[in-house]
Design a protein around this ligand. Structure first.
Ligand SMILES: [Ca+2]
Length: 420
């Protein structure tokens, strides 16, 4: 493949991402094409990354990416829902143009143009591991291994390229990283540049922490957001959302308060999910939760007290799941460092959208307010770029595809709606 340093500057008169990067100058043209490591999580919101917000959690490995690179401070998705967001990202097009407009009725037309396909055509080795959620099987990858649908946290099934399904033993965030590192180490063609897409299930509802992290953060008390008890006065659409921690967060499915004689709407789903644990995992799980469950039902909380109790447990569970994720981002960074790949690789960390952490009394993401439309976006740049710090320009996830193509020296198709 041919690399042209010029495309980094001049592809579009309205170029945002890399023209912003070039403000402080791209130093020199690299002899080798750049690799791309794209790490995307599910529902990981910027409030829960210490490089964006120091109120709650410490994420040292994510912060390494931001500290060594750039942090986008006005990064948004085009569509704040899993499948549609993912389709926007790989096509560089809005939902009406890529055809994947919702999670329930759509099947992604995998014959259409995508950024991974264009990278592959230009000589890149491409790999995808983890959550896909576009219903049709992946296309445009030399290697893929995906979770069916939402996937499971414990001992998850994966669908492989020969279309068989295997159950892997372990915790999903570790497994996705293991598979990714194995591909980088043993399966890729080292004579070619690579683009690997690691799509985590974490930190999606219902936030099942890894056993070793169960007891973390239990002594933390989180401040309630100022608008936690929002009355939605004058905002009928907001009032109609079913995302309320007080009303809609399931005491068993979401918050794990499973006990004999207690019922909830999603109890049976929770039983199925934790039914995937090994006997040892289940024993450790019950050992941790049993005293909390007993204490909870003995207190007979209601009203605002119950809502606040739910908020605290939600925050702790979410943070524990982020902890495993941050550790695994560290594993990838360490691997790239050890292999001498850091300096020629663009490392991207983002999420498929943001999430409510109690703002407006909500969890989830299905309403177009700031917390869910924003998505974290941090990048560690190849050595040829000396830009560091914040990039305030408005960007959306439809801009990722043209940006990666631009970086790879691949012409950006005119019908892509995002810009580099
Ligand atoms: Ca999501």
């Amino acid at each position: 493949m041919k690399y042209s340093g010029q495309v980094l500057y001049s592809l579009s008169g309205v170029a945002v991402l890399f023209s912003a990067l070039s403000c402080s100058g791209k130093k020199e043209k690299s002899a080798k094409p750049y690799n791309i490591v794209y790490i995307m999580t599910d529902d990981h919101t910027a409030q829960m990354m210490s490089c964006y917000d120091t109120r709650y959690i410490n994420t040292p490995n994510l912060d390494r990416i931001a500290a060594d690179g750039v942090r986008f401070t006005n990064s948004f998705v085009a569509n704040s829902l899993s499948g549609p967001s993912r389709a926007c990202m790989i096509t560089g097009k809005h939902s009406h143009a890529n055809g994947f407009t919702d999670n329930t009725t759509c099947v992604f037309d995998s014959s259409q143009q995508t950024m991974p396909k264009l990278l592959r055509k230009a000589g890149y080795q491409t790999a995808l591991v983890g959550k896909w959620h576009l219903e049709s099987l992946p296309s445009g990858f030399d290697y893929w291994e995906i979770l069916p649908g939402q996937g499971d946290y414990y001992n998850p099934d994966f669908i492989r390229m020969n279309n068989d399904t295997v159950q892997r033993r372990g915790y999903v965030t570790n497994l996705i990283t293991d598979i990714g590192i194995n591909w980088l180490e043993n399966e890729r063609d080292e004579t070619k540049p690579f683009a690997i897409f690691l799509h985590h299930k974490a930190v999606h509802r219902d936030w099942l922490p890894e056993i070793k992290n169960l007891s973390l953060y239990e002594d933390k008390i989180f401040p309630l957001p100022d608008n936690f008890f929002d009355d939605y006065n004058g905002r009928l659409a907001a009032a109609a959302q079913e995302m309320s921690i007080a009303e809609d967060m399931d005491i068993i499915y979401d918050l794990k308060m499973l006990a004999v004689g207690k019922e909830s709407r999603l109890k049976s789903v929770y039983e199925q999910i934790i039914g995937r644990m090994t006997p040892e995992e289940r024993k450790a799980w019950d050992h941790f939760y049993d005293p909390i469950i007993q204490d909870f039902y003995s207190r007979k909380l209601s009203g605002k007290e119950l809502a606040e109790w739910k908020f605290q447990r939600y925050m702790r569970d979410y943070m524990k799941v982020v902890k495993s994720l941050d550790d695994n981002v560290g594993r990838i960074l360490d691997y790239l460092d050890k292999k001498g790949l850091l300096e020629n690789t663009l490392i991207v960390y983002t999420s498929d959208q943001g999430f409510y952490m109690g703002e407006h009394g909500w969890f989830d993401k299905r309403f177009m307010y700031e917390e869910s439309m924003r998505t974290p976006l941090i990048m560690r740049l190849p050595k040829d770029f000396d830009k560091k710090g914040d990039i305030p320009q408005l960007v959306q996830n439809i801009d990722y595809a043209p940006t990666f193509l631009d970086l790879a020296g691949v012409p950006v198709p005119e019908d892509m709606q995002g810009i580099s």
